[in-house]
Design a protein around this ligand. Structure first.
Ligand SMILES: NC(=O)c1ccc[n+]([C@@H]2O[C@H](COP(=O)([O-])OP(=O)(O)OC[C@H]3O[C@@H](n4cnc5c(N)ncnc54)[C@H](OP(=O)(O)O)[C@@H]3O)[C@@H](O)[C@H]2O)c1
Length: 227
């Protein structure tokens, strides 16, 4: 589906969580210019030491990345009062801790290089200032990701970085949550599930010159989903 002409970026794209789904599509969007970190490649992003070690190797080979795309974030659909402690901790480790540790390992080098784009992932509806009946612990974690991004945007703007959040709706891929996506399809005015390329398009924009003055924003890709 990726029929865009290949764009040459001014540096490497580091995709944290790019083994499947949206991250995998992003890793394929700039052929020969991306590095993928997942647990399958030996980098667990909930482990700050693993990230520091991996980034030391990355930096030796490539210097500071041009773009850091953090695409990790497990999902659980349980009411808040039915969410057990292990699930709560897992959702925050997967969505928030991994983003925090990744930022701390990688972004200082981007600041030093005085250029770069950071993209974190939340979920459609997270910035709507309303409760989320369907997956409240997941949305609480995604709200924390948004706040991390907004603060990081302010901290790094002077160094020439942009930091934004992509908030996908129901994006279909072989590992996505098929049952809940089919159940919610009727709430998508566009009348279809999203494709990973719908998200790739938004990230292409965020990594382009056209987006150099866009920072601290949540950009939703959801076909109008009424969550
Ligand atoms: N798909 C959707 O409809 C949808 C909707 C709303 C929001 N989102 C958000 O969009 C982002 C991407 O979604 P997705 O559906 O493509 O995700 P996904 O299918 O769950 O893929 C996540 C990727 O992250 C890696 N990963 C997971 N935990 C990791 C860890 N601790 N350390 C390193 N890598 C790890 C996984 O590989 P390993 O298992 O090898 O580590 C995998 O490659 C997520 O933040 C998700 O919450 C997705």
């Amino acid at each position: 589906m990726n029929e865009e002409p290949v764009t040459t970026l001014p540096g490497r794209v580091l995709v944290v969580g790019g083994g499947q789904g949206i991250g995998q599509a992003l890793a394929a969007a700039w052929p020969g210019q991306t590095t993928v970190w997942t647990r399958h490649t030996g980098v667990d992003a909930t482990d700050p030491d693993a990230l520091r070690t991996a980034f030391a190797t990355f930096q030796q080979q490539h210097g500071a990345p041009f773009a850091l795309l953090h695409t990790i974030g497990d999902f659980a659909e349980q009411p808040l009062l039915g969410t057990d402690l292990a699930t709560w901790r897992h959702l925050f480790a997967s969505n928030v801790d991994s983003a925090f540790h990744t930022i701390q390992a990688v972004v200082p080098a981007m600041v030093q290089a005085r250029r770069g784009r950071v993209v974190l992932f939340a979920a459609a509806g997270v910035d709507k200032d309303k409760g989320m009946l369907r997956a409240p612990a997941y949305f609480a974690a995604k709200a924390a990701v948004v706040q991390l991004a907004r603060s990081l945007a302010l901290e790094t703007a002077k160094a020439g970085l942009t930091v934004n959040v992509v908030a996908p709706g129901l994006i279909h891929h072989p590992h996505s949550h098929q049952e809940s996506q089919q159940r919610l399809l009727g709430r998508v005015p566009a009348g279809r599930l999203g494709h990973v390329d719908d998200v790739v398009g938004m990230v292409r924009y965020l990594l382009s010159d056209a987006a150099s003055y866009v920072t601290g924003q949540v950009l939703t890709v959801d076909g109008g989903l009424q969550a």
